[in-house]
Design a protein. Structure first.
Length: 292
């Protein structure tokens, strides 16, 4: 399958916090079924999530209901060596060596009870990355049928370009929300649009700060977004997703919730098109000043 033929669902379900949801295996199966019913078919993982346990929790659900695997796209990430009880590294650090990437991919396959991962991302830029060598690792694991597509997460435009030169990358997973605007100016979304590589967007709700933070920026944003949301007859969460979706790079926002109602809020944004003035009103409230 060529990269152009592979698509993620418009909204992606993030499993970063699945360990905290405290769902039984049957409840996890039902959660996946409900997500699929909403049209969310892409599920975003990372090897380190939940202290290296999140993938296996999801995998238990797939083992219990194996037919679900054919209805979804499985995404995961690797490349961060995170200290934990079972991994007593001296420090946290990045590793994109062939041996480590292979080991983590093969562990993810076991955790998720699948024969192939649809998309694997290098989680953070490794300053010691040898782009040509990493691309060889990508090619080998693809040839072996273990990974269908590759991408990156949190990479700058130049870092993306360096690796993409050696192996085609499907996406760059970036942080973007009304509270975090850096990707609008740092060239990453420009590059995504230039290459037609639709970005994935993490933390579109600012990690929940949009609803609860009492700092000046969040307070200002909440007031402006509440006014706009009332006009569109939607809630703040749906408006935040709609704001992200309005970008012409055609991003895929990632949810972070175990609540089905939270997934519905995200999906509802697909029916909302903000006009430019409302989009910029949110930008202005975030910045605290008008456009230059």
């Amino acid at each position: 399958m060529s990269p152009s033929a592979f698509t993620l669902s418009p909204i992606v379900a993030g499993l970063w916090r699945v360990k905290d949801w405290n769902l039984s295996v049957d409840e996890r199966v039902r959660w996946i079924e409900q997500a699929l019913e909403l049209g969310i078919t892409s599920f975003d993982h990372a090897d380190i999530y939940g202290d290296y346990q999140a993938e296996a929790l999801f995998g238990e659900a797939l083992k219990a209901a194996p037919a679900l695997r054919q209805r979804m796209q499985l995404i995961t990430k690797c490349g961060i060596r995170l200290r934990s009880a079972n991994r007593p590294y001296r420090i946290n650090y990045y590793d994109t060596s062939a041996a480590y990437v292979r080991a983590q991919v093969e562990q993810s396959l076991r955790n998720l009870h699948t024969e192939q991962l649809d998309l694997v991302l290098i989680h953070r830029p490794d300053y010691l990355m040898d782009a040509a060598a990493l691309a060889d690792t990508f090619a080998t694991l693809t040839r072996e049928g273990k990974v269908a597509h590759w991408g990156v997460s949190n990479h700058s435009a130049s870092q993306f370009a360096l690796l993409n030169q050696h192996h085609p990358l499907l996406t760059n997973q970036l942080e973007l929300s009304p509270l975090h605007l850096a990707a609008l100016d740092d060239g990453t979304l420009d590059q995504a649009q230039q290459l037609g590589a639709r970005p994935m967007i993490w933390s579109p709700l600012g990690g929940g700060r949009l609803f609860s933070a009492d700092d000046e920026q969040a307070t200002r944003l909440r007031a402006e977004m509440t006014r706009i949301a009332e006009r569109y007859n939607i809630n703040l969460a749906t408006l935040a997703f709609a704001w992200v979706l309005r970008h012409p790079s055609r991003p895929h926002p990632i949810t972070g919730t175990g609540r089905i109602e939270g997934l519905r809020d995200a999906v509802a944004a697909l029916a909302v098109t903000l006009d430019a003035e409302d989009w910029y009103a949110i930008w202005t409230a975030s910045k605290g000043h008008s456009v230059p």
